[in-house]
Design a protein around this ligand. Structure first.
Ligand SMILES: Nc1nc2c(ncn2[C@@H]2O[C@H](COP(=O)(O)OP(=O)(O)OP(=O)(O)O)[C@@H](O)[C@H]2O)c(=O)[nH]1
Ligand SMILES: [Mg+2]
Ligand SMILES: [Zn+2]
Length: 306
């Protein structure tokens, strides 16, 4: 049994790789050549409160023979999500479906956080075999924001090529969305894989949290993560309410045109964004959800500084 030590094993020079999976305290690192190694974290990570995430670029020393190796260092992250916990994602792909019923507020929370970090965002509306109109409805909501919406059926294998093309130009992609939306089924269809998929509970029309661990898959020129679905995302506690509007790309064209310079596009008179929504230039639904998240951000901010 290997005991934990703080210097590279046997004076080996560390190699570089990407963390592609983590289960318990064991991580899988893949090198650029495609070789995979199992490693564990050194104690210093716990001391420094550093938790490695799938997507992290790391330095590690491989183990000898059957022994696991050691994670030596996490290289600086370009982006970081806490839910799902992933690093260095450059394109967040939100998967929605007619069942489970799409939670658009949850989607907008994730979109807002992704855009704040400079990630690209795309939406895939899966299970078009069950509702051929849903993708169109969602596409109209996001058109002014410039967020692409793809309608697909992973089951019938329709619409997949457009998603492959978008993901191929997206860098490190991360599929996220409610449990049961079909993320793993979609990846199986996109890349001819065998990821475990679940079913939808009939009683509550919810997924069963089939995927438990994030996994980074590299195949056919795509780099994509399958993640565990979830249905709740807690409020951000460091978000200045005034900054939220910068994360709604469709507002940009109206910035500076409101009666008040400090307008937050809430209920202020003479708001150009409210007018734009009334004229149908931007989506009322998206604006409504912005206002919900704005109210929440104000509440969190007040609690924090009162
Ligand atoms: N009708 C239909 N069902 C689909 C489609 N894609 C996936 N499903 C079904 O949806 C259910 C959930 O699929 P999963 O791929 O496990 O969903 P997931 O998003 O990975 O769920 P978690 O891993 O729990 O987050 C399964 O019963 C799939 O067969 C589709 O295009 N059409
Ligand atoms: Mg899954
Ligand atoms: Zn305004």
């Amino acid at each position: 049994m290997n005991t934990e030590h703080e210097s590279p094993a046997g004076g080996q020079t560390p190699e570089e790789g990407v963390l592609v999976k983590g289960i318990g305290s064991f991580y899988t690192v893949r090198t650029e050549q495609g070789a995979e190694f199992t490693v564990r974290c050194k104690k210093k990570f716990r001391r420094e409160r550093m938790t490695p995430m799938v997507g992290d670029r790391v330095r590690f020393t491989p183990g000898q023979g059957e022994e696991h190796g050691w994670l030596e260092e996490i290289l600086p992250r370009k982006t970081e999500c806490l839910r799902p916990p992933v690093a260095n994602v450059t394109m967040l792909v939100i998967v929605l479906a007619p069942v489970p019923e799409p939670d658009m507020l949850l989607a907008d929370r994730q979109i807002s956080r992704a855009l704040a970090q400079g990630m690209d965002v795309a939406i895939v509306v899966n299970k078009s075999d069950l509702d051929p109109d849903l993708a169109g409805r969602i596409r109209r909501e996001y058109a002014a924001a410039g967020i692409p919406v793809f309608g697909v059926s992973a089951l019938r294998q329709t619409g997949l090529q457009e998603v492959r093309d978008a993901m191929a130009s997206g860098g490190l992609c991360c599929l996220t969305g409610q449990s049961g939306a079909g993320k793993s089924t979609l990846l199986n269809a996109l890349l001819d894989l065998n990821l475990e998929t679940g079913s939808i509970s009939r009683k509550i029309s919810r997924g069963k949290n089939t995927t438990r661990h994030t996994e980074l898959i590299e195949k056919n020129g795509l780099r994509v993560m399958d993640t565990a679905g979830f249905n709740l995302l807690e409020a951000e506690n460091a978000l200045e309410p005034e900054k939220l509007k910068e994360r709604w790309p469709e507002f940009a064209a109206y910035e500076g045109k409101c009666r008040f310079r400090e307008c937050l596009h809430d209920r202020e008179p003479g708001c150009a964004v409210t007018e734009a929504a009334r004229r149908g230039e931007i989506s009322e639904e998206r604006l409504g959800r912005y206002r919900q998240l704005l109210a929440e951000a104000r509440e969190v901010w007040r609690e924090r500084y009162d």
